[in-house]
Design a protein around this ligand. Structure first.
Ligand code: SF4
Length: 496
């Protein structure tokens, strides 16, 4: 059964009706009776009810209560707790202990209900039909792909090796080459007659086997069982067949599945997105056990039907489809190549979806020293919203100055002032707390242009002079040149 054109007409009403069937929420009072209830103080909250609350919002895990694991009398309760707290979507581990990724493990359908766990894993495809030098280049691109974004390194996670040569020896050789050059987890994508020889090379790395279909499920399933590897199931646009394959292979004893319902662009894109949506709704809200596995999206399939399109257009289409799949619940993506213009937006989108909506993205308040400032150097103030902080730091990296990062509770300057999270008192507090007065001889502070309305209050609260800086941090250099190192302040300014 696929959710195609006809079903799409009723799609919204189906989703709306399902909204009424919210999954049963786990509350602390359901967890508490199963805990030791001794208040022994060995977990961070030190009391069992506090621990139950933190288990509910998943800020702690069962492992944080040692008595549950040390004392045999809690064995039965531990089992019940594990069942109670099990995610609606199974968590599947791909890779070895040294380097692994976890996919799935989802607890909620909507991010604001708690948060999404295990960010979508992104793998880059290596075809064994590629030239050796191109394979090396692509592996290097994946290994070195790194982008610093609001204090985090955005990177790629895996490599998928596909047999297009249909040659066992070539497939094995390419897997060896990849294994030598990287310890990233792998997907092995081949027909059953090709797969096993290559799999033997990296069986200790527990790769994901791709894929069992309605035509080969017996042979591929036997290989997955023999090597204890997670198994992808591919059933393009046919959820009924997908469930049937899961059911059969589950009865064989395979536990870790990853589900691929296909990837169509153009006129069939609605079916792809609807299928992914309905599968995840069924898993989380309908408790459909046969769909309660991570979802795999392979937008790289677009390249198999290129129809004379340019590589740039195909990259763009692939990136669009990957973004839509990422938003619609896929837990893992396989893309063609690690290129900054097409891959970076995907990584930023992933980061934005998977950050914790309960916690603003923030940095520690305090003093930052930029370059080699002296006692005459300027002192600037900014908020501790990570995006603001890193933008400002990027704009002043060539200067010698001090930055006071005020605690705005992770909000941007404008929002923090509107919500009274950034006040004259907070700035007075950071001046005291940072001991900046011991490092400089002047008493002038530069505040963001967006904080201009606080000027008088800050002067009253700190007894410092306040200069109102530019509204945009990219103008700080020019501002300092004119206002700080110009007529009033002239100590040793130079652009580096
Ligand atoms: S460690 Fe366990 S038993 Fe001890 S207080 Fe925490 S939850 Fe209770």
């Amino acid at each position: 059964m696929a959710y195609g054109r006809k079903e799409s007409r009723n799609f919204l009403s189906m989703v709306r009706s399902r909204r009424l069937k919210m999954p049963k929420k786990i509350g602390p009072l359901m967890i508490y009776p199963l805990l030791p209830k001794t208040n022994c103080g060995r977990c961070p909250p030190k009391v069992c009810m506090g621990f139950a609350v933190q288990l509910t919002d998943r800020s702690l895990s069962l492992e944080d209560c040692p008595p549950l694991f040390e004392e045999k009398k809690y064995e039965e309760n531990l089992k019940k707790l594990r069942e109670l707290l099990a995610p609606s979507v199974r968590e599947v581990i791909i890779g070895s202990k040294e380097k692994q990724v976890k996919i799935g493990g989802k607890l909620v359908l909507r991010r604001h209900e708690l948060r999404y766990s295990n960010p979508t894993t992104i793998a880059v495809l290596i075809d064994d039909g590629m030239k050796d030098e191109d394979i090396s280049k692509w592996i290097d691109e994946v290994n070195s792909f790194r982008y610093r974004y609001v204090g985090m390194d955005l990177t790629l996670d895996m490599l998928a090796i596909r047999s297009t040569s249909k040659d066992q020896e070539r497939f094995e050789k390419v897997i060896k080459k990849v294994a030598d050059k990287t310890n990233l987890p792998m997907v092995l994508w081949a027909e059953s007659s090709i797969l096993e020889r290559g799999l033997k090379v990296v069986e200790d790395r527990r790769p994901l086997i791709y894929a069992a279909t309605k035509d080969n499920w017996g042979e591929i399933g036997a290989i997955a069982l023999k090597y204890k590897c997670p198994l992808a199931i591919y059933s393009p646009n046919d959820i009924k067949m997908l469930k049937s394959l899961v059911n059969t292979l589950k009865s064989w004893g395979i536990e870790d599945f990853v589900l691929d319902i296909g990837a169509a662009f153009g006129k069939d894109i609605a079916a792809t997105i609807n299928n992914l949506t309905m599968m995840r709704i069924s898993a989380i809200e309908e408790k459909d056990e046969l769909l309660a596995y991570p979802l795999l999206g392979i937008p790289v399939r677009i390249w198999d039907e290129e129809n004379g399109k340019s590589p740039e257009l195909l990259s763009w289409e692939e990136s669009c489809l990957a973004s839509m799949m990422l938003i619609r619940y896929v837990d893992m993506l396989i893309i063609r190549r690690a290129t900054f213009w097409s891959t970076l937006p995907l990584l930023i989108l992933r980061n934005n979806i998977y950050n914790d909506p309960r916690k603003p993205v923030s940095v520690e308040p305090g003093l930052r020293v930029v370059g080699n400032p002296n006692e005459d150097s300027p002192v600037l103030v900014t908020s501790n919203f990570a995006l603001t902080f890193y933008t400002v730091m990027g704009d002043i990296e060539k200067l010698d100055c001090y930055i006071l990062v005020a605690d705005s509770e992770g909000l941007s300057v404008e929002s923090a002032i509107a919500g009274r999270k950034l006040t004259a008192e907070k700035i007075a507090e950071i001046i005291r707390f940072s001991k900046i007065e011991e490092k400089i001889k002047h008493r002038t502070i530069i505040i963001p242009g967006l904080a201009a309305r606080l000027k008088g209050d800050i002067e009253d609260a700190t007894k410092w002079d306040v200069l109102v800086g530019p509204r945009d941090s990219s103008m700080i250099q020019a501002f300092l040149k004119e206002k700080w190192y110009g007529k009033d302040h002239t100590p040793g300014w130079s652009y580096k």
